[in-house]
Design a protein around this ligand. Structure first.
Ligand code: HEM
Length: 402
Protein backbone atom coordinates (compact mmCIF):
# COMPACT_ATOMS: atom_id res chain seq x y z
CA UNK A 1 0.00 0.00 0.00
CA UNK A 2 1.36 3.48 -0.81
CA UNK A 3 2.43 5.58 2.17
CA UNK A 4 2.71 9.24 3.07
CA UNK A 5 6.07 9.60 1.33
CA UNK A 6 4.32 8.72 -1.96
CA UNK A 7 1.99 11.72 -1.69
CA UNK A 8 2.70 14.90 -3.68
CA UNK A 9 4.06 17.82 -1.64
CA UNK A 10 2.30 21.13 -1.14
CA UNK A 11 4.14 24.09 0.35
CA UNK A 12 2.14 26.83 2.08
CA UNK A 13 5.12 29.17 1.96
CA UNK A 14 4.64 29.40 -1.82
CA UNK A 15 4.05 33.15 -2.53
CA UNK A 16 1.12 32.16 -4.78
CA UNK A 17 -0.62 30.74 -1.71
CA UNK A 18 -0.38 34.12 0.00
CA UNK A 19 -1.72 36.02 -3.01
CA UNK A 20 -4.53 33.64 -4.15
CA UNK A 21 -4.85 30.97 -1.43
CA UNK A 22 -8.20 29.51 -2.44
CA UNK A 23 -7.47 29.31 -6.17
CA UNK A 24 -4.07 27.83 -5.27
CA UNK A 25 -5.72 25.16 -3.09
CA UNK A 26 -8.41 24.46 -5.69
CA UNK A 27 -5.76 23.95 -8.36
CA UNK A 28 -3.86 21.50 -6.12
CA UNK A 29 -7.13 19.64 -5.41
CA UNK A 30 -7.81 19.42 -9.15
CA UNK A 31 -4.49 17.59 -9.54
CA UNK A 32 -4.63 15.24 -6.51
CA UNK A 33 -7.10 14.47 -3.67
CA UNK A 34 -4.44 14.17 -0.96
CA UNK A 35 -1.00 15.63 -0.37
CA UNK A 36 1.60 16.06 2.32
CA UNK A 37 2.97 19.31 3.73
CA UNK A 38 5.39 20.33 6.45
CA UNK A 39 2.66 19.88 9.09
CA UNK A 40 1.33 16.45 7.99
CA UNK A 41 -1.13 14.88 5.56
CA UNK A 42 -3.55 17.17 3.71
CA UNK A 43 -6.96 16.01 2.46
CA UNK A 44 -8.15 18.26 -0.35
CA UNK A 45 -11.13 16.44 -1.88
CA UNK A 46 -14.61 17.38 -0.54
CA UNK A 47 -16.14 13.91 0.10
CA UNK A 48 -12.87 12.62 1.54
CA UNK A 49 -12.83 15.58 3.93
CA UNK A 50 -16.38 14.80 5.07
CA UNK A 51 -15.65 11.09 5.57
CA UNK A 52 -12.45 11.93 7.40
CA UNK A 53 -14.18 14.32 9.83
CA UNK A 54 -16.38 11.48 11.12
CA UNK A 55 -13.74 8.72 10.89
CA UNK A 56 -13.34 7.14 14.33
CA UNK A 57 -9.72 6.15 13.67
CA UNK A 58 -8.85 9.83 14.03
CA UNK A 59 -9.02 11.93 17.18
CA UNK A 60 -8.17 15.43 18.27
CA UNK A 61 -4.74 16.80 17.35
CA UNK A 62 -4.82 19.47 20.04
CA UNK A 63 -2.82 17.43 22.57
CA UNK A 64 0.08 17.13 20.12
CA UNK A 65 -0.03 20.84 19.47
CA UNK A 66 0.05 21.59 23.20
CA UNK A 67 3.08 19.31 23.65
CA UNK A 68 4.83 20.98 20.72
CA UNK A 69 4.25 24.42 22.22
CA UNK A 70 6.01 23.34 25.47
CA UNK A 71 3.76 25.19 27.89
CA UNK A 72 5.37 25.30 31.35
CA UNK A 73 3.60 23.56 34.27
CA UNK A 74 0.75 25.73 35.57
CA UNK A 75 -2.89 26.67 35.09
CA UNK A 76 -2.65 27.15 31.31
CA UNK A 77 -1.11 23.71 30.76
CA UNK A 78 -3.60 22.01 33.11
CA UNK A 79 -6.41 23.72 31.23
CA UNK A 80 -5.06 22.70 27.85
CA UNK A 81 -4.68 19.06 28.89
CA UNK A 82 -8.17 18.91 30.40
CA UNK A 83 -10.29 21.02 28.03
CA UNK A 84 -12.78 19.54 25.58
CA UNK A 85 -10.59 20.24 22.54
CA UNK A 86 -7.93 17.87 23.91
CA UNK A 87 -10.35 15.06 24.87
CA UNK A 88 -10.78 12.11 22.57
CA UNK A 89 -14.01 10.17 22.28
CA UNK A 90 -15.00 8.76 25.67
CA UNK A 91 -17.00 9.62 28.76
CA UNK A 92 -15.28 12.94 29.54
CA UNK A 93 -15.76 14.30 26.01
CA UNK A 94 -19.36 13.08 25.97
CA UNK A 95 -20.15 14.79 29.27
CA UNK A 96 -18.43 18.10 28.38
CA UNK A 97 -19.94 18.21 24.88
CA UNK A 98 -23.40 17.40 26.22
CA UNK A 99 -23.23 20.30 28.69
CA UNK A 100 -22.02 22.74 26.03
CA UNK A 101 -24.61 21.60 23.50
CA UNK A 102 -27.36 22.33 26.02
CA UNK A 103 -25.86 25.69 26.84
CA UNK A 104 -25.02 27.07 23.37
CA UNK A 105 -26.67 24.70 20.86
CA UNK A 106 -29.16 25.62 18.11
CA UNK A 107 -32.14 26.26 20.45
CA UNK A 108 -30.11 28.64 22.61
CA UNK A 109 -28.67 30.39 19.55
CA UNK A 110 -32.15 31.03 18.13
CA UNK A 111 -33.25 32.45 21.46
CA UNK A 112 -30.09 34.60 21.53
CA UNK A 113 -30.78 36.35 18.20
CA UNK A 114 -32.56 39.26 19.84
CA UNK A 115 -29.67 39.82 22.32
CA UNK A 116 -27.09 39.50 19.55
CA UNK A 117 -29.01 41.97 17.44
CA UNK A 118 -29.11 44.34 20.44
CA UNK A 119 -25.33 44.12 20.95
CA UNK A 120 -24.73 44.92 17.25
CA UNK A 121 -27.17 47.79 17.20
CA UNK A 122 -25.67 49.35 20.40
CA UNK A 123 -22.21 49.09 18.86
CA UNK A 124 -23.35 50.68 15.59
CA UNK A 125 -24.92 53.60 17.46
CA UNK A 126 -21.51 54.33 19.01
CA UNK A 127 -19.55 54.37 15.73
CA UNK A 128 -17.90 57.70 14.86
CA UNK A 129 -18.63 59.46 11.58
CA UNK A 130 -14.99 59.05 10.61
CA UNK A 131 -12.35 56.70 9.27
CA UNK A 132 -12.74 53.58 11.38
CA UNK A 133 -10.52 50.64 12.25
CA UNK A 134 -13.37 48.19 11.77
CA UNK A 135 -11.71 45.32 13.61
CA UNK A 136 -10.91 47.44 16.66
CA UNK A 137 -14.13 49.44 16.58
CA UNK A 138 -16.68 46.80 15.62
CA UNK A 139 -15.95 43.27 14.47
CA UNK A 140 -13.96 42.29 17.60
CA UNK A 141 -16.59 43.85 19.80
CA UNK A 142 -19.57 41.92 18.41
CA UNK A 143 -18.58 38.42 19.68
CA UNK A 144 -16.75 39.85 22.71
CA UNK A 145 -19.85 41.93 23.48
CA UNK A 146 -22.02 38.83 23.19
CA UNK A 147 -19.69 37.09 25.67
CA UNK A 148 -20.17 40.07 28.01
CA UNK A 149 -23.94 39.55 27.88
CA UNK A 150 -23.37 35.85 28.66
CA UNK A 151 -21.46 36.67 31.82
CA UNK A 152 -23.52 39.81 32.48
CA UNK A 153 -20.62 42.28 32.56
CA UNK A 154 -20.50 45.75 30.98
CA UNK A 155 -19.73 46.01 27.25
CA UNK A 156 -16.63 47.91 28.37
CA UNK A 157 -14.95 44.54 29.08
CA UNK A 158 -15.30 43.51 25.42
CA UNK A 159 -11.91 44.93 24.39
CA UNK A 160 -10.10 42.87 27.03
CA UNK A 161 -12.04 39.74 26.03
CA UNK A 162 -11.27 40.23 22.32
CA UNK A 163 -7.56 40.93 22.82
CA UNK A 164 -6.96 37.94 25.08
CA UNK A 165 -8.88 35.66 22.68
CA UNK A 166 -6.56 36.74 19.88
CA UNK A 167 -3.51 36.20 22.13
CA UNK A 168 -4.40 32.64 23.11
CA UNK A 169 -5.48 31.55 19.63
CA UNK A 170 -1.94 32.32 18.50
CA UNK A 171 -1.26 28.71 19.61
CA UNK A 172 -2.45 27.63 16.14
CA UNK A 173 0.57 29.37 14.64
CA UNK A 174 2.55 26.42 16.05
CA UNK A 175 5.42 28.71 17.02
CA UNK A 176 6.88 27.93 20.50
CA UNK A 177 8.35 31.49 20.65
CA UNK A 178 4.76 32.63 21.26
CA UNK A 179 4.30 30.37 24.30
CA UNK A 180 5.16 32.99 26.99
CA UNK A 181 2.60 35.48 25.67
CA UNK A 182 -0.02 32.73 25.34
CA UNK A 183 0.54 31.62 28.96
CA UNK A 184 0.39 35.24 30.15
CA UNK A 185 -2.93 35.75 28.32
CA UNK A 186 -4.36 32.59 29.93
CA UNK A 187 -3.27 33.80 33.38
CA UNK A 188 -5.14 37.05 32.78
CA UNK A 189 -8.20 35.19 31.55
CA UNK A 190 -8.31 32.87 34.55
CA UNK A 191 -8.02 35.89 36.88
CA UNK A 192 -10.87 37.57 35.03
CA UNK A 193 -13.10 34.51 34.99
CA UNK A 194 -12.56 33.74 38.70
CA UNK A 195 -13.63 37.31 39.54
CA UNK A 196 -16.75 36.99 37.35
CA UNK A 197 -17.67 33.66 38.95
CA UNK A 198 -17.29 35.07 42.48
CA UNK A 199 -19.43 38.08 41.55
CA UNK A 200 -22.08 35.90 39.96
CA UNK A 201 -22.29 33.50 42.89
CA UNK A 202 -23.29 36.40 45.11
CA UNK A 203 -26.06 37.38 42.75
CA UNK A 204 -27.23 34.47 40.61
CA UNK A 205 -29.42 35.31 37.62
CA UNK A 206 -30.57 33.76 34.38
CA UNK A 207 -27.43 34.56 32.40
CA UNK A 208 -25.13 32.00 30.85
CA UNK A 209 -22.57 32.09 33.69
CA UNK A 210 -25.27 31.48 36.31
CA UNK A 211 -26.53 28.53 34.25
CA UNK A 212 -22.99 27.17 34.11
CA UNK A 213 -22.65 27.55 37.90
CA UNK A 214 -25.89 25.58 38.31
CA UNK A 215 -24.40 22.75 36.23
CA UNK A 216 -21.48 22.78 38.67
CA UNK A 217 -23.83 22.79 41.67
CA UNK A 218 -25.65 19.78 40.21
CA UNK A 219 -22.30 17.95 40.35
CA UNK A 220 -21.75 17.69 36.58
CA UNK A 221 -18.63 19.88 36.47
CA UNK A 222 -15.64 20.26 38.81
CA UNK A 223 -14.62 23.77 39.87
CA UNK A 224 -11.61 23.64 37.50
CA UNK A 225 -13.84 22.52 34.63
CA UNK A 226 -16.24 25.36 35.36
CA UNK A 227 -13.42 27.90 35.07
CA UNK A 228 -12.11 26.06 31.99
CA UNK A 229 -15.48 26.44 30.23
CA UNK A 230 -15.70 30.13 31.01
CA UNK A 231 -12.17 30.69 29.62
CA UNK A 232 -12.57 28.33 26.69
CA UNK A 233 -15.64 30.20 25.51
CA UNK A 234 -13.67 33.45 25.38
CA UNK A 235 -10.93 31.66 23.45
CA UNK A 236 -13.21 29.89 21.01
CA UNK A 237 -15.91 32.45 20.46
CA UNK A 238 -14.24 35.76 19.85
CA UNK A 239 -11.32 35.86 17.45
CA UNK A 240 -12.75 33.38 14.93
CA UNK A 241 -16.07 35.18 14.77
CA UNK A 242 -14.48 38.62 14.58
CA UNK A 243 -12.37 37.50 11.64
CA UNK A 244 -15.32 35.92 9.85
CA UNK A 245 -17.29 39.17 10.23
CA UNK A 246 -14.34 41.20 8.86
CA UNK A 247 -13.92 38.79 5.96
CA UNK A 248 -17.62 38.99 5.09
CA UNK A 249 -17.72 42.79 5.31
CA UNK A 250 -14.58 43.11 3.19
CA UNK A 251 -15.76 40.74 0.46
CA UNK A 252 -19.39 41.84 0.37
CA UNK A 253 -18.60 45.57 0.23
CA UNK A 254 -16.36 44.74 -2.73
CA UNK A 255 -19.64 43.76 -4.50
CA UNK A 256 -21.58 47.03 -3.99
CA UNK A 257 -24.81 45.76 -5.59
CA UNK A 258 -24.91 42.73 -3.32
CA UNK A 259 -24.10 44.88 -0.28
CA UNK A 260 -26.92 47.29 -1.08
CA UNK A 261 -29.35 44.43 -1.64
CA UNK A 262 -28.54 42.97 1.79
CA UNK A 263 -29.03 46.43 3.29
CA UNK A 264 -32.49 46.60 1.72
CA UNK A 265 -33.46 43.00 2.50
CA UNK A 266 -31.95 41.45 5.65
CA UNK A 267 -33.40 38.05 4.76
CA UNK A 268 -30.61 37.74 2.15
CA UNK A 269 -27.96 37.78 4.89
CA UNK A 270 -28.27 34.08 5.60
CA UNK A 271 -27.47 33.00 2.00
CA UNK A 272 -24.79 35.70 1.70
CA UNK A 273 -22.98 34.57 4.85
CA UNK A 274 -23.21 30.90 3.87
CA UNK A 275 -21.60 31.76 0.55
CA UNK A 276 -18.92 33.90 2.25
CA UNK A 277 -18.07 31.02 4.56
CA UNK A 278 -17.74 28.73 1.54
CA UNK A 279 -15.63 31.03 -0.62
CA UNK A 280 -13.62 32.76 2.11
CA UNK A 281 -13.74 30.62 5.26
CA UNK A 282 -12.03 31.80 8.42
CA UNK A 283 -11.02 28.16 9.04
CA UNK A 284 -9.01 27.02 6.05
CA UNK A 285 -8.51 23.60 7.62
CA UNK A 286 -8.97 21.55 10.77
CA UNK A 287 -6.74 18.87 12.24
CA UNK A 288 -6.95 15.34 13.61
CA UNK A 289 -4.40 12.73 14.73
CA UNK A 290 -4.43 9.07 13.69
CA UNK A 291 -5.25 7.09 16.85
CA UNK A 292 -3.93 3.82 15.37
CA UNK A 293 -2.20 2.68 12.20
CA UNK A 294 -4.90 3.28 9.61
CA UNK A 295 -5.47 4.29 6.00
CA UNK A 296 -7.20 6.97 4.00
CA UNK A 297 -8.32 6.07 0.50
CA UNK A 298 -5.69 3.36 0.16
CA UNK A 299 -2.80 5.40 1.61
CA UNK A 300 -1.39 3.98 4.83
CA UNK A 301 -1.29 6.44 7.73
CA UNK A 302 0.78 5.48 10.80
CA UNK A 303 -0.55 6.15 14.32
CA UNK A 304 0.09 9.70 15.58
CA UNK A 305 0.24 11.26 12.12
CA UNK A 306 -1.31 14.74 11.99
CA UNK A 307 -3.92 14.92 9.23
CA UNK A 308 -5.72 18.04 8.03
CA UNK A 309 -9.03 18.45 6.20
CA UNK A 310 -8.58 21.40 3.84
CA UNK A 311 -11.88 23.27 3.65
CA UNK A 312 -10.25 25.92 1.51
CA UNK A 313 -9.63 23.32 -1.21
CA UNK A 314 -12.86 21.33 -0.79
CA UNK A 315 -15.10 24.40 -0.98
CA UNK A 316 -13.96 25.17 -4.53
CA UNK A 317 -14.48 21.73 -6.04
CA UNK A 318 -16.35 22.13 -9.34
CA UNK A 319 -18.34 18.87 -9.21
CA UNK A 320 -19.72 19.85 -5.80
CA UNK A 321 -20.13 23.60 -6.26
CA UNK A 322 -20.86 24.58 -9.85
CA UNK A 323 -18.81 27.54 -11.10
CA UNK A 324 -17.04 27.27 -7.73
CA UNK A 325 -15.18 30.61 -7.68
CA UNK A 326 -18.40 32.57 -8.27
CA UNK A 327 -20.33 34.19 -5.41
CA UNK A 328 -23.91 33.00 -5.88
CA UNK A 329 -26.71 34.10 -3.56
CA UNK A 330 -29.01 31.45 -5.02
CA UNK A 331 -26.62 28.52 -4.54
CA UNK A 332 -28.37 25.46 -2.99
CA UNK A 333 -27.87 24.91 0.73
CA UNK A 334 -26.52 21.38 0.06
CA UNK A 335 -23.74 20.37 0.05
CA UNK A 336 -22.85 22.41 3.12
CA UNK A 337 -19.64 24.36 3.68
CA UNK A 338 -17.20 22.86 6.21
CA UNK A 339 -16.10 26.06 7.95
CA UNK A 340 -17.14 24.60 11.33
CA UNK A 341 -15.61 21.15 10.87
CA UNK A 342 -17.75 18.09 11.47
CA UNK A 343 -18.56 14.99 13.49
CA UNK A 344 -17.78 14.55 17.16
CA UNK A 345 -15.39 17.52 17.20
CA UNK A 346 -17.49 20.00 15.20
CA UNK A 347 -17.78 23.60 16.32
CA UNK A 348 -20.27 23.94 19.16
CA UNK A 349 -20.63 27.67 18.64
CA UNK A 350 -21.53 27.50 14.94
CA UNK A 351 -25.15 28.51 15.43
CA UNK A 352 -24.32 31.50 17.62
CA UNK A 353 -21.41 32.49 15.35
CA UNK A 354 -23.51 32.38 12.19
CA UNK A 355 -26.17 34.62 13.74
CA UNK A 356 -23.47 37.06 14.91
CA UNK A 357 -22.03 37.35 11.40
CA UNK A 358 -25.51 37.68 9.84
CA UNK A 359 -26.58 40.39 12.29
CA UNK A 360 -23.34 42.36 11.97
CA UNK A 361 -23.45 42.29 8.17
CA UNK A 362 -27.16 43.00 7.71
CA UNK A 363 -27.24 45.87 10.21
CA UNK A 364 -24.05 47.39 8.82
CA UNK A 365 -25.36 47.14 5.26
CA UNK A 366 -28.63 48.78 6.25
CA UNK A 367 -26.91 51.65 8.05
CA UNK A 368 -24.07 52.12 5.53
CA UNK A 369 -25.40 51.14 2.08
CA UNK A 370 -22.43 52.79 0.34
CA UNK A 371 -19.78 51.40 2.64
CA UNK A 372 -16.39 50.67 1.12
CA UNK A 373 -13.08 49.67 2.64
CA UNK A 374 -10.10 52.04 2.52
CA UNK A 375 -7.43 49.50 3.40
CA UNK A 376 -7.53 45.76 4.05
CA UNK A 377 -4.61 43.48 4.86
CA UNK A 378 -5.03 39.72 5.05
CA UNK A 379 -2.81 36.94 6.30
CA UNK A 380 -3.15 33.31 5.31
CA UNK A 381 -1.67 30.46 7.32
CA UNK A 382 -2.44 26.84 6.49
CA UNK A 383 -5.05 26.96 9.27
CA UNK A 384 -6.67 30.38 9.19
CA UNK A 385 -7.50 33.41 7.15
CA UNK A 386 -6.94 36.49 9.32
CA UNK A 387 -7.79 40.10 8.61
CA UNK A 388 -4.97 42.07 10.21
CA UNK A 389 -6.06 45.54 9.05
CA UNK A 390 -9.50 46.67 7.93
CA UNK A 391 -10.24 50.37 7.65
CA UNK A 392 -13.55 51.80 6.54
CA UNK A 393 -14.41 55.39 5.72
CA UNK A 394 -17.72 56.11 7.41
CA UNK A 395 -17.70 59.88 6.78
CA UNK A 396 -21.08 60.96 5.51
CA UNK A 397 -22.10 57.40 4.68
CA UNK A 398 -24.60 56.63 7.40
CA UNK A 399 -28.17 56.21 6.22
CA UNK A 400 -30.84 57.55 8.56
CA UNK A 401 -31.05 55.29 11.62
CA UNK A 402 -33.90 52.83 11.29
C1 HEM B 1 -17.09 32.07 12.59
C2 HEM B 1 -16.69 31.69 13.80
C3 HEM B 1 -16.16 30.33 14.14
C4 HEM B 1 -15.46 29.45 13.35
C5 HEM B 1 -15.03 29.63 11.90
C6 HEM B 1 -15.20 28.28 14.16
C7 HEM B 1 -14.55 27.15 13.70
C8 HEM B 1 -14.32 26.01 14.46
C9 HEM B 1 -13.67 24.82 13.97
C10 HEM B 1 -13.13 24.61 12.55
C11 HEM B 1 -13.62 23.93 14.98
C12 HEM B 1 -13.00 22.51 14.93
C13 HEM B 1 -14.02 21.58 14.28
C14 HEM B 1 -13.49 20.24 13.86
O1 HEM B 1 -12.27 20.00 13.99
O2 HEM B 1 -14.28 19.42 13.35
C15 HEM B 1 -14.24 24.56 16.14
C16 HEM B 1 -14.38 23.96 17.38
C17 HEM B 1 -15.00 24.55 18.44
N1 HEM B 1 -15.63 25.79 18.46
FE1 HEM B 1 -15.78 27.07 16.90
N2 HEM B 1 -15.74 28.46 15.41
C18 HEM B 1 -16.34 29.70 15.44
C19 HEM B 1 -17.04 30.26 16.50
C20 HEM B 1 -17.24 29.65 17.71
C21 HEM B 1 -18.04 30.19 18.78
C22 HEM B 1 -18.83 31.50 18.72
C23 HEM B 1 -17.96 29.31 19.83
C24 HEM B 1 -18.58 29.35 21.19
C25 HEM B 1 -19.61 30.07 21.51
C26 HEM B 1 -17.15 28.19 19.39
C27 HEM B 1 -16.86 27.09 20.15
C28 HEM B 1 -16.16 25.98 19.71
C29 HEM B 1 -15.85 24.84 20.55
C30 HEM B 1 -16.25 24.67 22.00
C31 HEM B 1 -15.14 23.94 19.76
C32 HEM B 1 -14.57 22.57 20.19
C33 HEM B 1 -15.60 21.49 19.97
C34 HEM B 1 -15.12 20.12 20.44
O3 HEM B 1 -13.91 19.88 20.54
O4 HEM B 1 -16.01 19.28 20.70
N3 HEM B 1 -16.74 28.43 18.10
N4 HEM B 1 -14.68 25.82 15.79
Amino acid sequence: MPGISDLPIIDYSDPDYQSEPFRWLAEKARQFPMARSERGVEILEFQMCRRFLVDRSFGTDHGNLVEKMELPPGRALDFKRRMILTQNRGETRKRLRGILTNLIGPAYARAMRRDISGVVSDLLKGLPDDVLDLKYGLTDLVPAGVYCTWVDTPLGDARFVADRSEDVLAIFRRDPDLTPSIVDAYDQLFGYVKAQLARRRENMGDDFLSRLIRVREAGNLSEDELEDFAVMLIEASTDNTSNQISIAVDRLTAMPDVWKEIGRDASLASAAIRECMRLWPRSISTSRTALTDTEIDGVSIPANTSVFASFGAAHRQADKFSDPHRFDLTRPVQPPHLNFGGGAFSCLGQFVATIEVEEAVSQLARRYPNLSMRRVEREFTAMFQTITVIEADLRGHAAAMV
